[in-house]
Ligand binder design. Structure first.
Ligand code: NDP
Length: 242
């Protein structure tokens, strides 16, 4: 796949799945815009063939997201974003009966509202440029539920409805919108799970292993490149949700 001359913004690309997706697009020739809440380390930027631009804002802050994206589009010579990958996300796990309402709200606010906050200003520009691909990171948990994750599962199920609706709105304007639902992927997010939980989860994965971030990246490039696919959710989960 060749993404030469295409500009790709990946939110939450300082590490983990987002960084793997950004690197895969970079290897395919794209111009990258990296983003995170914190400053992206120079050693991360040095791993790219073409030095990426960076954005830094909290996606749950709608005003900050809009201001940062507006400033990006005002840069001289900026030609627009061809592919947006909404990847940034968090977990704050707890059984529902013990979950603090603030932890329910903050996970939904970052994962779901944050996806909207970043997408809306870019979607408006994509409408004007009459093309674009948007890929949203959901999760198998949004499809199948998971104990201790009512907040996260609600946010990730919401992303699937968001994806389908935006796909219908964008189609006539040449914009495709799809989601990826990863299963258990090796990253900082899953490293915090106790070993016994990880062993228990493994029993339910037909391919008998956690996935690699690069395997989620493969799906992102596939969806960005597939001109006749929109409104879909692609599971990348080793068969966990079969
Ligand atoms: P990580 O925790 O490794 O990385 C999260 C990224 O999101 C970081 O770049 C982080 O930035 C950024 N981020 C978090 N909160 C915010 C915020 N409020 N504003 C801006 N940026 C933010 O996550 P993963 O790589 O594991 O997951 C990436 C995506 O994939 C998430 O949406 C997750 O829900 C989804 N997913 C992951 C699975 C897994 O097994 N790992 C399974 C299914 C889905 P910073 O470095 O500044 O904190």
């Amino acid at each position: 796949m060749d993404f030469t001359n295409q500009t790709v913004l990946v939110t939450g690309s300082s590490r983990g799945i987002g960084l793997a997706i950004a690197k895969a697009f970079d290897a395919a020739g794209a111009n990258l815009i990296l983003h995170a809440r914190s400053e992206i380390k120079p050693e991360v930027l040095a791993e790219f063939q073409q030095t990426p631009q960076t954005l830094q804002f909290d996606i749950s802050d709608a005003e900050a997201a809009e201001a940062s994206i507006k400033a990006l589009y005002k840069q001289e010579g900026f030609k627009g974003i061809d592919v947006l990958v909404n990847n940034a996300g968090i977990t704050k796990d707890q059984l529902a009966m013990a979950m603090a309402p603030a932890d329910f709200a903050s996970v939904v606010n970052v994962n779901l509202n944050g996806t909207f906050n970043v997408t809306q200003p870019i979607f408006k520009k994509m409408i004007r440029q009459k093309h674009g691909a948007i890929i949203n990171l959901s999760s198998v948990v949004g499809l199948m539920g998971n104990m201790g994750q009512v907040n996260y599962a609600a946010s990730k199920a919401g992303i699937i409805g968001f994806t389908k609706s935006l796909a219908k709105e964008g189609a006539r304007r040449g914009i495709r919108v799809n989601a990826i639902a990863p299963g258990m992927i090796v990253s900082d997010m899953t490293a915090v799970l106790p070993e016994e939980t990880q062993t228990e989860i493994l029993k339910n994965i037909p391919l008998s292993r956690f996935g690699e971030a690069s395997e989620v990246a493969d799906a992102a490039l596939f969806l960005a490149n597939s001109a006749y696919i929109t409104g879909q959710t692609l599971t990348v989960d080793g068969g966990l949700y079969i």
